[in-house]
Design a protein around this ligand. Structure first.
Ligand code: SAM
Ligand code: SF4
Length: 334
């Protein structure tokens, strides 16, 4: 039997990185991500643990070497640790790396299990260290749990990268301190520009803060040297001389990073989105629920390689209140 072909798209980009959303649900309601009264999907629409697992194995067979579990909040899914353990067993056996993006509210409970499963690095989203500000932005007073979770991750030996969305008028006055704190804890830090994904209750344009501006502010205080460090993602890294830490900048809006894209995303309902910023989609749930799931999955993945666009289409501006894309980040997975 010949081994299945690796995933290469029509622009000769080799796709090796899967971001897999395991739930659209979340215990926070970050204002830029979802509305307070978010409508979540009926559970039957979400892939079962077995479907997620079998689908992930199908991806690994096609040359996916890195899987990031995300959501919604992955750690609110009840059977999540079973999936982490099962996919952890593939690390070194097809999979090079298993990682997770979490808001860390439940990390105190799960950090040891995550590390034991073979996960080495996790991303934790944290936009402020001020408890009241956190409660306003995430609409839940959960900063103490997040900090406990981060401590547990450190004790479990996980490498942590803090992801912060830069928001004008919300956390811009705190970004330098947040990075200094992260580096002091031994964490990497990455800043992200807010992206126009899904309806929320406010206009994101009001809070859009170009990272070029943030960089100018940081350089008043620090020496940033461009670094060769790459994680196969869109971040560009800088070494910060004064803190001894590393800072990543993700600038989807001011800087297009699509040429080297190596990733695809699958929602909790099994919809493969070929690009975070586009609507090109293939239904993998239908494939997984068909009489011959592996053959149907392979066929669907071949289609995905044909429709992956050259670059994302979103831009942020004041024209019209509608978001550039109707779906929320919590659906496609950040
Ligand atoms: N709940 C987990 C968390 O917050 O880390 C994982 C999912 S969350 C959707 C993944 C990342 O997407 C987070 O870092 C979050 O800040 C980011 N995010 C959500 N909505 C965004 C938006 N509209 N623009 C930019 N980043 C966004
Ligand atoms: Fe939840 Fe993450 Fe979205 Fe915040 S960014 S509401 S933690 S999914």
């Amino acid at each position: 039997m010949t081994s299945p072909a690796p995933l290469v798209d029509q622009f000769a980009r080799r796709i090796s990185y899967l971001r897999l959303s395991v739930t659209d649900r979340c215990d926070l309601r970050c204002a830029y991500c979802m509305p307070e009264r978010m409508t979540f999907l009926p559970r039957k629409e979400v892939l079962s643990l077995e479907e997620l697992h079998d689908m992930a194995l199908g991806f690994i067979a096609r040359g996916i070497t890195k899987i990031r579990l995300t959501g919604g909040e992955p750690l609110v899914r009840r059977d999540m640790m079973e999936l982490v353990a099962a996919l952890g067993r593939k690390v070194g056996d097809g999979l090079e790396e298993l990682t997770m993006t979490t808001n860390a509210t439940r990390l105190a409970e799960f950090a040891d299990g995550i590390a034991a499963a073979g996960v080495k690095r996790i991303n934790v989203s944290l936009d402020t260290l001020d408890r009241e500000r956190f409660a306003r932005l995430a609409r839940r007073d959960s900063l103490p749990q997040v900090l406990e979770g981060l401590q547990a991750a450190k004790e479990a030996g996980l490498s942590v990268k803090i992801n912060t969305v830069a928001l004008k008028g919300i956390n811009e006055d705190e970004i330098t301190d947040l990075i200094a704190w992260a580096h002091g804890q031994g964490f990497d830090a990455t800043l992200i520009e807010v992206m126009p994904l899904g309806d929320v209750e406010e206009d994101r344009f009001d809070h859009y803060l170009p990272l070029a501006e943030v960089r100018d502010t940081l350089e008043l205080r620090w020496t940033l040297t461009p670094s060769d460090h790459r994680t196969g993602g869109p971040a560009r890294y800088f070494d910060v001389a004064e803190t001894g830490g590393r800072l990543g900048l993700i600038t989807p809006l001011t800087n297009n990073f699509c040429d080297g894209c190596n990733r695809i995303r699958v929602t909790a309902t099994g919809q493969l989105y070929a690009c975070l910023g586009g609507n090109e989609r293939v239904d993998l749930r239908a494939a997984m629920r068909s009489p011959d799931p592996q053959a149907a999955l392979d066929e669907a993945l071949d289609v995905a390689m044909k429709i992956k666009p050259a670059r994302h289409h979103f831009a942020i501006d004041k024209r019209g209140a509608a978001p550039a894309l109707a779906r929320h980040m919590s659906m496609t997975g950040g």
